[in-house]
Write a protein that binds this ligand. Structure first.
Ligand SMILES: [Zn+2]
Length: 345
């Protein structure tokens, strides 16, 4: 298990929590975007690439590790989560679903199954019901046979899967494809279409549609905002401008707190650069577009804390009430998933 080690707080981390977060952060936190998976959801002989982020956590991210990390970073908070496995091609989706079901009680914690286009609706319904799951987590990588940048939303979620989701009233955590992300006109059309065509599916557009820089979000939430089944989560968004824009221009009761842990347990910060973004990394792992601070020019804190900071500033500027802030961190997601689970019971 290369590199696996528990998280630890530095003096500076403690200072952030004590001075910037403790008194402001609500006491109940529901993290709606967490990847939790055991080592054995990957094949035994699978070799994780040298800088793969999961190596940092021993090539797994167990519920125990996740809860301990949440307790370390948010010591005064009651923590619950929506989790799913790691959407890698080699992962055993049935095994991942079983694990997710084991760690979810549909009271504090909820879970989704990973979904590939070839998974039959019968298989998916069995996975959902057997393991008490509340929805799907598709991913672009599962679409094979075309270039990654040509993958569409219907490629990721074929009609028979969406019809089942609509019949069962499931939630879907959707990481939209294409390099222009939220600002891609085809994505925009397909996002509206999926919300309209499947009104009983609760669709969560992850990472605010992957809009990690301001130009990508401006004007681009208008298409989905009218659909009551369209949600966004803020996972890995620490950009104050993007967050403020979202709080000002999207129905607040449909904005969900999420982190993308275990990535968010790493030290780093996402920064906008010339209408693009990169992850400045304080640890030498690869998570997409990375600029690693090999010389330790600065002392980083967790992405998780940078997100909370960004959310705080954005919420203050956009004028969120205390009740809206508490709902963002807890009830918006928790009530949604509770009602999905009740519909399935
Ligand atoms: Zn994720």
């Amino acid at each position: 298990m290369p590199d696996a080690r528990p998280l630890a707080l530095t003096t500076r981390d403690r200072g952030i929590y004590d001075q910037e977060l403790r008194d402001w952060l609500p006491k109940r936190i529901f993290d709606a975007h967490v990847h939790v998976f055991p080592r054995d959801s990957f094949p035994g002989n699978h070799v994780f690439p040298p800088k793969n982020v999961y190596r940092r956590f021993g090539c797994q991210h167990t519920a125990e590790y996740c809860r301990a990390a949440a307790h370390l970073l948010l010591p005064d908070c009651d923590f619950g989560m929506l989790s799913f496995g790691s959407p890698d091609l080699v992962v055993d989706r049935a095994r991942a679903a079983a694990y997710t079901g084991d760690i979810s009680d549909n009271v504090r914690d909820f879970g989704m199954t990973l979904v590939a286009p070839e998974d039959s609706p019968e298989d998916l319904e069995r996975r959902i019901r057997t393991h008490g799951l509340i929805g799907y987590k598709p991913y672009r990588n599962y679409v094979t046979g075309k270039p990654a940048e040509d993958v569409s939303i219907p490629d990721m979620l074929p009609a028979p899967q969406m019809e089942l989701a609509n019949d069962l009233g499931l939630a879907v955590m959707l990481h939209i494809p294409r390099s222009d992300r939220l600002a891609d006109p085809e994505n925009q059309r397909e996002m509206v279409d999926i919300c309209q065509r499947y009104p009983k599916v609760q669709i969560i557009f992850a990472h605010i549609g992957r809009a990690y820089y301001l130009q990508n979000v401006i004007g681009q939430l208008d298409g989905i905002r009218e659909f009551p089944n369209a949600y966004v989560d803020v996972a890995m968004v620490n950009h104050e401008g993007v967050l403020e824009y979202t709080f000002r221009n999207y129905p607040r009761e449909r904005i969900l707190f999420g982190s993308d842990a275990p990535i968010a347990w790493m030290r780093g910060k996402s920064v906008e650069i010339n209408n693009q973004y990169a992850y400045l990394m304080g640890e030498d792992y690869r998570i997409g577009t990375v600029i690693y601070d090999a010389e330790s020019a600065v002392e980083f804190t967790f992405f998780y804390y940078e997100m909370l900071r960004g959310i705080r500033r954005a919420a203050e500027r956009a004028g969120l009430t205390r009740a809206e802030l508490e709902a963002f961190f807890y009830a918006n997601a928790h009530s949604l998933l509770t009602s999905v689970a009740k519909g399935l019971a």
